[in-house]
Design a protein. Structure first.
Lengths: 379, 328
């Protein structure tokens, strides 16, 4: 009998320290290393951390109470911060005060910025009282003016004289979380139905696949509109919030279910599953302990890519007046006022909520892309 | 193959039935039936409906019968007589209201699809054959923005730019002076000058995703041995690329009928509201806000019908053009 004594024992193959680190790293470490190479995704992650921090401490970052009506300054244009002008460089930057006038023809009140009266922007100033997380009462704001009674509307005001910046900041609390809740519901539905479909197969699989096909073949926005219109009119704010999330997840789960089903189908015949089965492991334990961890990274990528769709859908529905409704503040409800051309022409700053929507959606898309590339580190 | 096509067409009918059932369920979700709302509305406006007419309508739409019977009544009225029910906000049969709107929706979505194809095809081929070139990066970047910016926001921003920079109103499909005028060359030119806005707004997102799939497919093809062999035999690069790999990588264009058209129809709903186009969007939104459920439901049903047909056509085309597709 021939023995293969030319084969070296594995310990003797010289490998560098870096290689060894790579070989002994856990799956999540490998994913993280690969994800870190995706520069756009890393930047997007930093952007999202900032956005969620602002949403969490909305009362602190918003200069005003978002529901405060200052009728005196309705439809006032943005007082964008000025870093330099004819008087030289300003640090901290300044804002110009308003001068109110009447349009000689329409008699509408219009505001001009007076570049002679400068107000420096201060950090950590005392202003209106607010409650952080609804518990801690304080009056310290991130930015403000020396005199809290002076008008200070960095992004202008709406038709009732409410501060747009504060409304956008408070709106992020709803807009940034509704997607998370929606994706969570989709995830549960998707794993459950996709898992059943992929693991059991047979007529249950056929039935669930048909259902997914039917749901996906209906045009989503008209379907969502019809569903939201069917929501009872007398719901309170929290109920509407959850009603809309459930409606949004009704389509979202199909994509996750598809991923889960595909993975279940391919994993079912792997040797390690067979080994677990012959060891007498229960079906539930095989699914939870052996199968789910091996594709959870793919799931996270699919979820991240589902998030921006949810955020956009909420914005679209609320914009049309069939999603969240005032007094709930979200980026979508803020945009509701821009449906007609007159509003866009006279008060274009009401379009500002578009900016955070686009930034958030782009950031989630980049992260999702990075995760998808990194999801399978052994490939 | 013909067996598969036949099976696919036969499957279409039950799917359509399930979709119509879901639509009917949605119509029935709000409390009360449409006749109650109609009577209430007429009372509010000072007129009233005589009991005979009410009973007639109740019988016509089987309103006092159980749910399943109402559904079968509704669907058989549509199939046999083209009667979609009655809109109480317009006080007219739904079938009088929807067809021109559906026609415009169809026209605009198909035009956007053609625009998407025309734009995506050369860009995808260029990006794949010039991978990692400056223009490839530029197109990828623009594509990403196109994917991320929802088209109704793009429409809003375009409206604002049109107003503040060019001082023109970009809404609608006709200028006010042509709206009710008969068709003429001048009206047609005016129509074209309005048409490009919704087409571009709707087309951007689809173009981006189509470029990405087609580029990836073509890149896979370009690395295959047959390309190398053809090159070794001395085929000119242009001849080689257009004749073989591009044709193989064309599948996403056909399947975009199934994936893109539903998105376009869906997106057109909301873009039309922003741009006030005479399509299904604005009227359906009003109908939903007013709970005019027969009107809204008919729109939903017909739009779903469009998407189902487009999926069917795309599946059949794929089988015909690509014999490698597995039609089990």
């Amino acid at each position: 009998m021939i023995t293969l004594d030319t084969a070296q024992p594995i310990d003797d193959i010289p490998i560098s320290e870096a290689e060894e680190k790579h070989l002994t790293a856990s799956q999540w470490q490998l994913i993280w290393w690969r994800f870190r190479r995706h520069r756009a995704a890393m930047i997007s992650m930093a952007v999202l951390v900032v956005l969620y921090t602002i949403a969490l401490f909305a009362g602190f970052f918003a200069p005003h109470d978002p529901r405060d009506v200052v009728a005196e300054f309705a439809d006032a244009p943005p007082q964008l911060p000025v870093f330099w002008d004819s008087a030289g460089v300003h640090f901290p930057p300044v804002v110009y005060s308003y001068v109110g006038e009447r349009d000689p023809r329409t008699l509408r009140k219009i505001y001009r910025l007076d570049s002679e009266s400068r107000q420096p922007i201060r950090f950590l100033v005392r202003g209106e009282d607010y409650k952080l997380f609804g518990i801690v009462s304080t009056d310290i704001h991130f930015i403000g003016l020396d005199d809290p009674d002076q008008p200070f509307f960095l992004l202008g005001t709406d038709s009732l004289g409410r501060d747009m910046l504060s409304r956008i900041i408070f709106g992020s609390q709803i807009s940034l979380t509704i997607g998370l809740v929606g994706v969570f519901i989709s995830l549960i539905l998707g794993i459950l139905l996709g898992g059943i479909s992929g693991y059991l197969g047979g007529w249950i699989d056929v039935g669930i696949q048909r259902l997914i096909e039917v749901l996906r073949s209906m045009p989503t926005i008209p379907l969502w509109l019809a569903l939201s219109a069917a929501l009872p009119r007398n719901l309170n704010q929290v109920q509407i919030y959850f009603g809309i999330t459930i409606i949004l997840s009704l389509i979202g789960w199909t994509e996750i279910a598809r991923v889960v089903r595909g993975k279940f189908m391919s994993l079912k015949h792997e040797d390690f599953i067979l080994a677990a089965r012959t060891n007498g492991t229960s079906r539930m334990r095989i699914i939870v302990v052996h199968m789910v961890p091996s594709f959870s990274s793919h799931l996270i990528a699919a979820m991240t890519l589902a998030l921006p769709i949810m955020i956009l859908s909420e914005t679209a529905l609320s914009f049309l007046g069939l999603g969240l409704r005032p007094p709930i503040i979200s980026w979508g409800t803020l945009l509701e006022g821009t449906q007609n051309l007159d509003a866009i022409a006279l008060t274009p700053w009401l379009l500002f909520p578009v900016v955070p929507v686009i930034i958030t959606v782009l950031a989630f898309n980049f992260i999702g892309d990075g995760l998808r590339d990194a999801a399978d580190p052994y490939a | 193959m013909f067996g598969y096509i036949l099976k696919r067409i036969l499957l279409f009918i039950p799917t359509l039935l399930v979709v119509s059932f879901i639509v009917f369920l949605l119509i029935q979700l709000p409390p009360g039936d449409f006749l109650d709302t109609m009577v209430l509305r007429m009372q509010q406006s000072g007129t009233s409906m005589d009991a005979e007419a009410e009973a007639l309508l109740r019988e016509r739409y089987a309103l006092d019968q159980p749910f399943l019977q109402q559904y079968s009544h509704w669907i058989s009225n549509i199939v046999t007589e083209g009667d979609f029910g009655r809109s109480f906000t317009w006080n007219r049969p739904v079938s009088e209201l929807i067809w021109s709107r559906l026609g415009w929706t169809f026209f605009i979505t198909i035009s956007s699809l053609l625009f998407t194809w025309a734009l995506a095809f050369p860009i995808a081929v260029y990006s794949a054959t010039h991978q990692y070139s400056f223009l490839d990066y530029l197109f990828s970047f623009i594509g990403f923005i196109g994917l991320a910016v929802p088209n109704f926001l793009l429409a809003l921003v375009l409206m604002w730019i049109g107003f503040s920079v060019f001082n023109v109103s970009m809404g609608g499909l006709f200028s006010s002076e042509y709206r009710d005028a008969p068709w003429s060359l001048a009206k047609f030119l005016d129509f074209l000058s309005h048409l490009w806005v919704p087409i571009i707004v709707l087309g951007t997102a689809g173009t981006a995703s189509l470029i990405r799939t087609m580029r990836a497919n073509l890149l896979d093809e370009l690395n295959k041995p047959y390309v190398e062999a053809a090159r070794a035999k001395g085929l000119t690069e242009r001849h080689l690329i257009w004749k073989y790999p591009v044709r193989v990588a064309l599948n996403p264009f056909v399947s975009s009928l199934a994936t893109l058209l539903p998105t376009l129809i869906s997106g057109a709903t909301i873009v039309s509201v922003v741009l006030s186009l005479p399509t299904t969007g604005p009227m359906m939104l009003d109908a939903l806000l007013e709970q005019d459920m027969f009107l809204a439901g008919s729109f939903l049903l017909m739009l779903s019908f469009f998407t189902l047909v487009s999926t069917l056509v795309s599946d059949i085309l794929l089988i015909i053009i690509d014999p490698r597709v597995n039609y089990e």
